[in-house]
Design a protein around this ligand. Sequence first.
Ligand code: FMN
Length: 159
Amino acid sequence: MSKILVVYYSLTGNTKLIAETIAESINAKILALKPVKELKAESGRTYIWGGYQAKMKRKPKLKEFDINPLDYELIILGTPVWAWTFSPPIRSFLSKFNLSNKNVALFMSHDGRGVKAMKRFKEILKDSNILGEIGFEKPQKYEQNEIKEKAIAWVKEIV
Ligand SMILES: Cc1cc2nc3c(=O)[nH]c(=O)nc-3n(C[C@H](O)[C@H](O)[C@H](O)COP(=O)(O)O)c2cc1C
């Protein structure tokens, strides 16, 4: 596969670390989703408010971007786990672009409570051709080199 896009959302950098590692290793284009109204990463209320948004299946408005994801052969989607599911900006993205029959690969970053989240992520993409899935626990905190190697090995297997 030659046209590959990595699309991710990251509030505090963990998912970004994986997304950039992956994109660099396979020379893919990268798209960071940014909500128009971003939560404050350092606020204690973010966990509750963000979790509520995820649970209520909110679709925050995203900042404009000039990439058409549908032009790509494979879309690698990355998100943090929020309230045991994928993050709201990813829901916004998926409501904007119909990825039915598209090749996708999914990764999530989480703090150790990510199990059901991948099931939900796959469920919303059930009409896509899911080529791979993987989770990363606290990428910024744990051995970054090991985590990067794990991410690279995973993506190389897919492409
Ligand atoms: C609003 C919110 C809800 C979260 N809910 C969960 C959760 O249900 N399970 C979990 O393991 N981690 C949860 N986390 C932790 C993040 O998934 C984890 O820190 C992730 O790596 C953050 O990615 P980022 O740095 O790319 O934003 C939550 C974090 C936030 C901000």
